[in-house]
Design a protein around this ligand. Structure first.
Ligand SMILES: Cc1cc2nc3c(=O)[nH]c(=O)nc-3n(C[C@H](O)[C@H](O)[C@H](O)COP(=O)(O)OP(=O)(O)OC[C@H]3O[C@@H](n4cnc5c(N)ncnc54)[C@H](O)[C@@H]3O)c2cc1C
Length: 255
């Protein structure tokens, strides 16, 4: 059983996340790049399958700039067996369609029984890659899954909805996207960090994947800085605080 986990490196969610107003792309120098937390959960879901069945192979895959190697090294330290880094300068600013095509080619050439992605990245927030990838690979997609169970020929998972929980099942091979209800990622221990340095991390280019340079379908046409946050309204209770608060809420259509 081979489980491929899609790992995206994103700007630290607690850092200052900025767009480059000239290119419209993420200003990656504005904050520390980290492995997206939702991907640590996706990886944990795969590693728990490996804990239960040692023959399971977990492969971490990322498409990103050279710094994405750090995110993959963390995935290896957490317990992934191998890693694949799709690295190509022409991918800067890739949109969802391009990312799907490239990751699709990488996963198809690697071979897989199950692909586990996050349900939504914290930077692009497309929330569609797992589904678009399943479509590209011609397999089923189980999206927004919390608990994951694999039994050799099928995968099932529990999805929490506002109407209750849904248990969905699909035959393998399949693509699954994990939500924040998936188990929290394990912390790499010292042994994990040391062995990660020796684990295979392959770097592949678009030429090696046989993917042409079709460019992005969607482009950013303009970028405007987010307006600076204003201090906000301060209410001093001179006996009329309740009225002031009610008026503030009403004028902002909050009540
Ligand atoms: C601010 C911003 C706005 C954007 N707006 C658009 C837009 O309107 N249209 C558009 O087509 N593109 C847009 N993009 C680009 C888009 O984010 C990238 O193409 C991205 O690689 C895929 O989209 P996503 O992360 O939003 O996907 P999502 O569907 O949110 O990602 C879900 C999961 O897919 C996997 N995944 C996603 N990207 C990668 C990767 N590079 N390597 C490995 N795994 C990955 C991860 O497991 C992730 O958790 C935007 C990017 C940014 C930063």
């Amino acid at each position: 059983m081979k489980i491929v986990v899609l790992v995206k490196q994103v700007p630290d969610t607690f850092g200052e996340r900025k767009l480059d107003t000239t290119t419209g792309l993420l200003d990656r120098d504005a904050s520390e790049p980290i492995i997206d937390e939702i991907n640590e959960r996706a990886l944990e879901a795969a590693l728990q399958q490996k804990d239960a069945d040692k023959s399971v192979e977990v492969v971490a895959l990322s498409m990103g700039p050279s710094s994405a190697t750090d995110a993959l090294r963390k995935a290896l330290a957490m317990g992934a067996d191998r890693a694949i880094h799709v690295l190509d300068d022409s991918l800067a600013g890739a949109d969802v369609a391009r990312t799907t095509a490239v990751i699709g080619a990488a996963v198809a050439s690697e071979g897989f029984d199950l692909v586990v992605a996050g349900n939504e990245s914290t930077d692009g927030r497309g929330g569609v890659l797992a589904s678009s990838l399943a479509e590209t690979l011609g397999v089923a997609a189980l999206t927004s899954i919390g608990e994951l169970t694999v039994d050799g020929t099928s995968v099932s998972g529990v999805r929490a909805t506002e109407y209750g929980t849904v248990t969905a099942r699909a035959d393998l091979p399949a693509v699954v996207s994990a939500t924040e209800r998936a188990p929290e990622g394990r912390f790499p221990n010292f042994k994990g960090i040391m062995t990660a340095k020796k684990k295979p991390l392959a770097t592949v280019t678009l030429a090696e994947l046989g993917v042409g340079d079709s460019g992005a379908r969607s482009t950013v046409v303009s970028v405007a800085e987010r307006p600076a946050r204003t201090a906000g309204v301060k209410i001093v209770d001179d006996g009329t605080a309740a009225t002031q608060l009610a008026e503030f809420l009403a004028s902002n259509r909050l009540i």
